[in-house]
Design a protein around this ligand. Structure first.
Ligand code: NAD
Ligand code: UDP
Length: 317
């Protein structure tokens, strides 16, 4: 069997990473999945283990790694506020030391490297929707800062490695993404609401629920990753990847209740600190450079995600 490319995915047993690995394995690439299993799990990649073009390596990216590869997708980092605030020093280390280690590897083996950055680099944005040219409004000392500033510093490192060492880099700024294999207890809004609604428990809306988010289905996002990696070397990004459909958190709660036919009531809890009031990607650049835009509407993506959690809850009972 002729394998296409040798591809390293850090954070490969997490939510997004497992979908990316699946897609790369199906495309006949030789995939190395590196993960320390902090928030990810072998369960997410169980169906890939045993395939001749897939390899799992338990490794923490804050330590150096050597592997002969052609492309690196750097996704390692806890993504939900509960998990990244659990050990904030480690979160910053993972973003910053992890980026340094993976960039060092890319430099040694002349690999192309993509960074999974985030809409959090825009902080609580004063510009709406957010284009890539917006520099953001980020609190450097708050409880979300370990993640936001870690990711901002990683972007800096990517661009300095490009300027200094001529590395082929790609930076994706990912907006809220959801789908099967989200961690059921990681506190993210889509998984929380679906699990609560399936159990007919109160839906926990933080604050009045008037803050907005834009939700991208995982398959659309993975398509964006692949297209970004395939762009010409001169194109580095940063490029926003997300679904511009914007919803208030209250609208999401009502939609999930309706779709599940749940008896859940809405419970308003205090708003966490530094919670961004609005978020919606401007995806003009992704459309132009990647020919990409999301194809899956929120309702359609929720059907698949609800089916996943329904099955998951039945299995764990
Ligand atoms: P996730 O928590 O499911 O996946 C992250 C993976 O990284 C996990 O498998 C975890 O075990 C692993 N990891 C964490 N620290 C590590 C370390 N030091 N060494 C090796 N592995 C480590 O989250 P996700 O939603 O799949 O996010 C993947 C990436 O995408 C993250 O970098 C995240 O910041 C970014 N992102 C995600 C979203 C989203 O909505 N899902 C939005 C913006 C950015
Ligand atoms: N949120 C909520 N109830 C929950 C979980 C989250 O109201 O049970 C809100 C949260 O305050 C935020 C939005 O939903 O305004 C998205 O939260 P999430 O943690 O999913 O992502 P992020 O804040 O990083 O965009």
């Amino acid at each position: 069997m002729h394998l296409q490319k040798r591809v390293l995915v850090t954070g490969g047993s997490g939510f997004l990473g497992s979908h990316l690995c699946e897609r790369l394995v199906a495309a006949n690439h030789d995939v190395i999945c590196v993960d320390n299993c902090f928030t990810g799990s072998k369960q997410n990649i169980l169906h890939l283990i045993g395939k001749s073009n897939f390899e799992f390596l338990r490794h923490d990216v804050t330590f150096p790694l050597y592997a002969e590869v052609d492309e690196i997708y750097n996704l390692a980092c806890p993504a939900s506020p509960i998990h990244y605030q659990f050990d904030p020093v480690q979160t910053t280390k993972t973003s910053v030391h992890g980026a340094i280690n993976m960039l060092g590897l890319a430099k040694r083996v002349k690999a192309k490297i993509m960074q999974a950055s985030t809409s959090e680099v825009y902080g609580d944005p004063a510009v709406h929707p957010q284009p890539e040219s917006y520099w953001g409004n980020v609190n450097p000392i708050g409880s979300r800062s370990c993640y936001d500033e870690g990711k901002r510093c990683a972007e800096t490192l990517f661009f300095d490695y490009r300027r200094q060492h001529k590395l082929r880099i790609k930076v994706a700024r990912i907006f809220n993404t959801y789908g099967p294999r989200m961690h059921p207890n990681d506190g993210r809004v889509v998984s929380n609401f679906i699990v609560q609604a399936l159990k007919n428990e109160p839906i926990t809306v933080y604050g009045e629920g008037l803050q907005t988010r834009s939700f991208c289905y995982v398959d659309d996002l993975v398509e964006g990753f692949i297209r970004l990696m395939g762009t010409k070397d001169e194109f580095t990004g940063p490029v926003n990847l997300g679904n511009p459909g914007e919803f208030t958190i209250l609208e999401l709660a009502e939609l999930v209740i309706e779709m599940i036919g749940s008896k859940s009531k809405i419970d308003h809890l205090p708003l966490p600190s530094d919670d961004p009031r609005q978020r919606k990607p401007d995806i003009a650049l992704a459309k132009k450079e990647l020919g990409w835009e999301p194809a899956i509407k929120l309702r359609e993506g929720l059907v698949k995600t609800i089916a996943y959690f329904d099955e998951f809850l039945k299995r764990s009972n």
